[in-house]
Design a protein around this ligand. Structure first.
Ligand SMILES: [Zn+2]
Length: 233
């Protein structure tokens, strides 16, 4: 292989590795953010349930208060019933007491239902709290693991970046501006090995003349834009 070809192959290898490292460096914080978002969503759901429980309790208390008021009213009516002076008054009080007692029995059912609702909500809240504890524990562990790995990944990336810089010093100066633009657009895929006669990025077959020129060390850009080198000479 020509020295240019070997140089391009090396640059490609290094750039691919650098790209892998960069992706890994960026992936960690992204995964942490996604997990954090999930934990936040669960917390918001927990808060919504706490608020709902508060409302259920207020509703149950109001019904209880209503029940007490009605009971006092019935007690009062019973006192009047005992002092009734005629049948009409007696019947009217009796039917009023019957109606109020019926209303109270409905209220009692509603209070039981409301208390059941509170219990169910409290159980849901407990489940959510337990789930959030687990999610947050896992998140902390994951974040610590990512954090531990970052310095090593970053120093590896820095070392490879330096190697890329060294290797790129040997590029023919006339192709450097175009090469830089390519790297900007395609990253590591600015370079493309030619396997057989085809460019690995666009699969277009190259003319025999191009292969010969590549073999002799000429820097040639494919029609897809990439800087080609022979995968194996
Ligand atoms: Zn191509």
């Amino acid at each position: 292989m020509s020295s240019n070809g070997a140089g391009l192959k090396e640059i490609h290898k290094l750039r691919l590795r650098l790209q892998e490292l960069t992706e890994e460096i960026e992936r960690g914080p992204r995964q942490i953010a996604a997990r954090q978002q999930l934990a936040d969503k669960k917390k918001a759901e927990l808060e919504a349930r706490r608020t709902k429980l508060k409302h259920l309790k207020v509703a149950a208390d109001q019904k209880n208060l209503q029940l007490k008021t009605n009971e006092a009213k019935i007690h009062d009516l019973q006192g009047k019933l005992n002092g009734a002076t005629n049948n009409r008054e007696f019947d009217a009080l009796k039917s009023q007491i019957a109606a109020d007692s019926m209303a109270n029995s409905v209220l009692e059912d509603e209070i039981l239902e409301a208390l059941d609702g509170c219990d169910a909500m409290q159980r849901e809240i407990k489940d959510f709290e337990a789930e959030i504890t687990v999610v947050e524990g896992e998140l902390a562990k994951f974040a610590a693991k990512v954090g531990e790995r970052q310095p090593d990944l970053k120093s590896q990336a820095a070392a490879i970046e330096a190697q890329v810089g060294d290797a790129e010093k040997y590029l023919p100066p006339e192709i450097v501006p175009q090469y830089r633009r390519l790297v900007q657009s395609y990253g590591a895929h600015a370079l493309s090995p030619v396997t057989g006669t085809a460019c690995s990025e666009c699969y277009v077959g190259q003319r025999q003349q191009t292969i010969v020129e590549l073999r002799s060390g000429k820097c040639i850009f494919c029609t897809c834009g990439r800087l080609m080198y022979l995968a194996e000479d």
